[in-house]
Ligand binder design. Structure first.
Ligand code: CDT
Length: 307
């Protein structure tokens, strides 16, 4: 049986601070319509796809911060996405700011969900690697307050069976960490989906600003190849509230080759026919984990032993 799945990456251009959820979902729906015409059956949207990237601002008032969070999913605003995708038989994933009450305490996460072609949420992920800082740092051109506004996810990466394949999710900064891909691959993932919001300017090391696009692809191509995974990565791109965000959304084969890439920093769809059996080209050969990997020689990686 063919295991070729046409995956689409739905890059979003900037979302302004006052743009409604309805407007963002409308743009996502327009990309979904384009995707179905191109035979896509699985669509990947960015991190925090429903709002502007709000951690760029310091806000002292929790009720203001909470306006960027979702307390239910699907919600009235996002229901049209679920309904239309179910009609089309299309799976999709997107990121959003999640506020949950757990044991009577409000908890906030940078989250993503995977929705099956039947419209069911089949997997949830809460971002593990939260970048940025906790306190207002006015010297920066803009803030990156993910550490202040979100708690880190408490569940490891997980793998979900869907459409005859094995899917894992990660979010933005996770893609820079080799552990993300290896953990997912060891759990059997064949496709890793990613959404990102990456400013071109990095205040702590501005001498690396010109390397943002290079580092973006470097880590994802290396992660795909060294683990024999497909990677489908979707940016929120363009000049958002005076902050330039990287585009170059892409689909990367298990060989590490980029097979599709966005060429704008606006709403754009790219897609590729992804043969999930191509994971075997790598996993049964150069990175055959069972045959060649030496976990007993990497004791520090488990965290069990300290240097
Ligand atoms: N959203 C996100 O995780 N962005 C970070 C920006 C750099 S760290 C301040 C990233 O890794 O792309």
């Amino acid at each position: 049986m063919s295991r070729i799945i046409t995956i689409g990456v739905a890059q979003l251009g900037p979302i302004s601070r006052d743009e409604s959820r309805g407007a963002a979902v409308g743009r996502m729906l327009a990309l979904m319509e384009r995707a179905v015409r191109r035979g896509v059956t699985m669509l990947v949207y960015p991190e925090l796809a429903l709002t502007t990237f709000f951690p760029r601002w310091f806000m002292a008032d929790q009720s203001e911060i909470d306006t960027f969070f979702e307390t239910e999913m699907p919600s009235a605003a996002t229901r049209p996405l679920f309904d239309r995708a179910r009609e089309l038989g299309m799976a999709f994933t997107f990121g959003y700011a999640e506020k949950m009450v757990i044991d009577g305490r409000p908890r906030r996460f940078n989250a993503s969900i995977l929705v099956s072609p039947e419209g069911e949420i089949v997997s949830r992920y809460r971002k593990i690697h939260l970048p940025g800082h906790f306190e207002n740092e006015p010297w920066r051109a803009f803030q990156h307050l993910e550490k202040r506004y979100f708690e880190p996810g408490e569940e490891p990466f997980s793998v979900c069976d869907m459409m005859g394949g094995k899917w894992a999710m990660a979010i933005c900064n996770d893609r820079r960490w080799p552990e993300t891909y290896r953990e997912c691959a060891l759990r059997g993932a064949e496709v890793l989906t990613l959404g990102y919001n990456t400013p071109l300017h990095y205040p702590l090391a501005p001498e690396h600003d010109h390397l943002q696009a290079f580092h973006n692809h470097l880590c994802m191509q290396a992660g795909a190849y060294a683990n024999g995974l497909w990677v489908a990565a979707s940016a929120k791109a363009g000049r958002e509230e005076n902050c330039d965000l990287l585009g170059q959304s892409c689909i990367i084969a298990p060989t590490g080759e980029i097979v599709a890439m966005a060429s704008t920093v606006g709403d754009e769809l790219v897609c590729a026919d992804c043969d999930l059996d191509r994971t075997r080209e790598i996993r049964e050969n150069i990175f055959n984990f069972a045959m060649h990997r030496r976990p007993d020689m990497y004791p520090l990686l488990s965290g069990a032993t300290r240097p």
